[in-house]
Design a protein around this ligand. Structure first.
Ligand code: ADP
Ligand code: MG
Length: 493
C-alpha cells in the first residue's frame, strides 16, 4: 500500500465528502416507499399520471409448461436484439440471438430510418437462422414475432400501442402518437419477410413472464424489474385495484377477466418527478439540466446505466474544480477528453472500479487512462475516484429497494406470505416472493443485490407491515428475459 502525500490525503478527504453526499439513509428509503405507495394508488386510479401504471392486458403469468418456436426482437435503449426461442415446456428453452448496437444517429432521426434499420436486422437474422422457413414455406406461413419495446406506450391491444414519449436519449418526434407495431410491420412487409408482429411487450413484462416460466417452484413471479439503460418494473395487480380500468378509455379493450389480475407496467422511472422524496445532489442537478428531458424520469436518472456514468463524471469534474486532482502530483488530465465531454463515461466503468480490489488500484488506474483521459494517476487519485463510485453505485442499489418493497406491500404479497407461513405445517416450504430482474446494472454492478437487500432490511422497522420483509424476497436474474418473455406473450396472441 502506498503512503499518500498530503495533497493526496486532502484529495481523498474531499472525495469522501462528495461520496457522502450520495448516502441514502434508512429514513429516506422508508419515505421513498411511502411516497411510492401513494403514487402507485394514484396511477391505478387516475389517468395520465407521470408514474403511469399502464394496463398491459396480460392477465396471466406462465407456469413453465408452454411450448413452441417464436421470434422476438428487443429495442431496449442501447442494443437491438433479434432472437428465436424454442420453449420446451419444462421451464427450459433454447435461444439463438443476434445483437447490434443502435447507431446514435438513428435515435434522433426519423421513425422510417429507425424502423427500416430494425426490419433489416430481422431480415438478416431470419436469412441466417431460419432460411428453411424463409425459402420453402408457403408465403402465408408466418413466424410470430413478439416486439419488446421498452418505452412508454399506450397499449390498446396485444399488438397495438401508441408511443407516449421517448426516454433514454431517444428523440424521434414523428413517431410520437403512432402505433409502433404498425411501424415495424410496415418495414417488415416492405422487405417481404414471412414475419408477423403479434405482440407488443414492454421489457419489464417480458422479464416477469420469462422469470415466471423458468423460476423454481410453482408459484408465479410477482414482479419483473429492469436495471439496464433505464429502470422500470411490471407486476401482477388485482383487477379490483386498477380503478381507472372502469373509468378511463384505458379500460375499453376487451380482455379475459377470469384470472382476476392484470400485469401493470408501472413506468417507475418517472417515480417522484416532483422530487418530494428522491435524493438530490449538485451532480444530479447538472445531469438533469443537460438531459433531453429535464424534470422527467427523475428516479431513473438516479438509478440506471444511462446515467450513473454521467453522475460520476459530474462528481469528478467537481473534484477537479477543487484544484486537488489536476496537476496535484504529476497526474495529467486531457482537457478535451472524456471527463470534459458530457455523457462519455460508460456505467461499466463504475463496475470495473467498484470491483478493483488490487492493492495499488491497478485496474482503476488503467481505466482512468483508457476511458477517462487521466494519465499517470496515483493510488491516491484512484482511491478518490473509487470513493465517488461507491457512493453513486450504492445509492442506485438502495433506491432500487423502494419500488420492490412497495410492490410486495401494496399487493399484499408479503402479508399473504406471512399468513401462509403461520398456517403451514412446514413453514420452511412456503415459497418466497419471487422477483425477476434483468439489465446490465443489476447483473454486473458488484454488490447491487446486497446493497438493495440492506436497504430492504433498513426499512423493516420504519414502514408498517414490513418487519421481516427482506427474508421473504427471492431475486433472480431472468436471463434472456426480454426474448423469452416476448415469445411467451406471442404464444398467447
Ligand atoms: P438495454 O437497456 O438496452 O436492454 P442493458 O441491460 O445491457 O441494455 O443495459 C445497458 C446499460 O448498462 C448501459 O447504460 C451501460 O452503460 C450499462 N452497463 C453495461 N455494462 C455494465 C456493467 N458491467 N456494469 C454496470 N453497467 C453496465
Ligand atoms: Mg434490456
Amino acid at each position: 500500500m502506498s503512503i499518500l502525500s498530503d495533497k493526496e490525503e486532502a484529495l481523498l478527504v474531499k472525495a469522501r465528502a462528495i461520496g457522502a453526499e450520495f448516502v441514502y439513509e434508512p429514513e429516506d428509503v422508508a419515505k421513498g416507499v411511502k411516497e411510492y405507495l401513494r403514487l402507485m394508488d394514484k396511477g391505478l386510479t387516475e389517468p395520465k399520471q407521470a408514474m403511469t401504471m399502464i394496463p398491459t392486458y396480460v392477465t396471466a403469468v406462465p407456469n413453465g409448461t408452454e411450448k413452441g418456436v417464436y421470434l422476438a426482437v428487443d429495442l431496449g435503449g442501447t442494443n437491438f436484439r433479434v432472437c428465436s426461442i424454442h420453449l420446451h415446456g419444462d421451464s427450459k428453452f433454447t435461444l439463438t440471438q443476434a445483437k447490434t448496437p443502435i447507431p446514435k444517429a438513428l435515435m434522433i432521426g426519423t421513425s422510417k430510418d429507425l424502423f427500416s434499420f430494425l426490419a433489416k436486422q430481422i431480415e438478416n437474422f431470419v436469412k441466417n437462422h431460419h432460411s428453411d422457413h424463409f425459402e420453402s414455406q408457403s408465403p402465408n406461413v408466418h413466424l410470430k414475432l413478439g416486439f419488446t419495446f421498452s418505452f412508454p406506450v399506450e397499449q390498446v391491444a396485444l399488438n397495438k400501442g401508441y408511443l407516449l414519449r421517448w426516454t433514454k436519449g431517444f428523440d424521434i418526434q414523428d413517431a410520437i402518437g403512432k402505433d409502433v407495431c404498425g411501424l415495424l410491420q410496415a418495414e417488415i412487409d416492405a422487405l417481404n419477410l414471412p414475419v408477423r408482429v403479434v405482440a407488443l411487450v414492454n421489457d419489464t413484462v417480458g422479464t416477469l413472464m420469462a422469470r415466471s416460466y423458468t423460476s423454481p417452484g410453482k408459484a408465479g413471479t410477482l414482479l419483473g424489474a429492469i436495471f439496464g439503460t433505464g429502470t422500470n418494473g411490471a407486476y401482477v395487480e388485482k383487477l379490483s385495484r386498477i380503478k381507472k380500468l372502469e373509468t378511463s378509455p384505458e379500460g375499453e379493450g376487451d380482455f379475459d377477466k377470469s384470472s382476476g389480475v392484470m400485469v401493470i407496467n408501472t413506468e417507475w422511472g418517472a417515480f417522484d418527478n416532483a422530487m418530494k422524496v428522491l435524493p438530490d445532489t449538485p451532480y444530479d442537478r447538472a445531469l438533469d439540466k443537460n438531459s433531453v428531458n429535464p424534470g422527467m424520469q427523475m428516479f431513473e436518472k438516479r438509478v440506471s446505466g444511462m446515467f450513473l456514468g454521467e453522475i460520476l463524471r459530474n462528481a469528478i469534474v467537481a473534484l477537479i474544480g477543487e484544484g486537488l486532482f489536476k496537476g496535484a502530483h504529476g497526474t495529467s488530465i486531457d482537457e478535451n477528453g472524456p471527463l470534459f465531454t458530457p455523457w462519455s463515461i460508460d456505467t461499466s466503468a463504475l463496475s470495473t472500479i467498484q470491483a478493483d480490489y488490487t492493492s495499488e488500484y491497478t485496474l482503476t488506474k488503467q481505466l482512468l487512462e483508457r476511458e477517462m483521459g487521466v494519465s499517470a494517476a496515483t493510488t491516491g487519485d484512484a482511491m478518490a475516484i473509487k470513493a465517488l463510485v461507491y457512493g453513486i453505485g450504492k445509492r442506485s442499489a438502495r433506491l432500487a429497494a423502494v419500488p420492490i418493497a412497495a410492490t410486495a406491500l401494496a399487493t399484499k404479497a408479503y402479508e399473504n406470505y406471512k399468513i401462509a407461513k403461520s398456517e403451514a405445517q412446514r413453514p420452511e416450504e412456503i415459497e418466497k416472493i419471487d422477483i425477476g430482474v434483468d439489465g446490465s446494472v443489476v447483473e454486473y454492478y458488484p454488490g447491487f443485490e446486497r446493497y438493495l437487500r440492506e436497504a430492504l432490511r433498513d426499512i423493516q422497522p420504519l414502514v408498517p407491515g414490513a418487519a421481516g420483509l427482506e427474508d421473504a424476497i427471492r431475486i433472480g436474474i431472468a436471463k434472456d428475459g426480454s426474448g423469452v418473455g416476448a415469445a411467451l406473450i406471442a404464444l398467447v396472441a
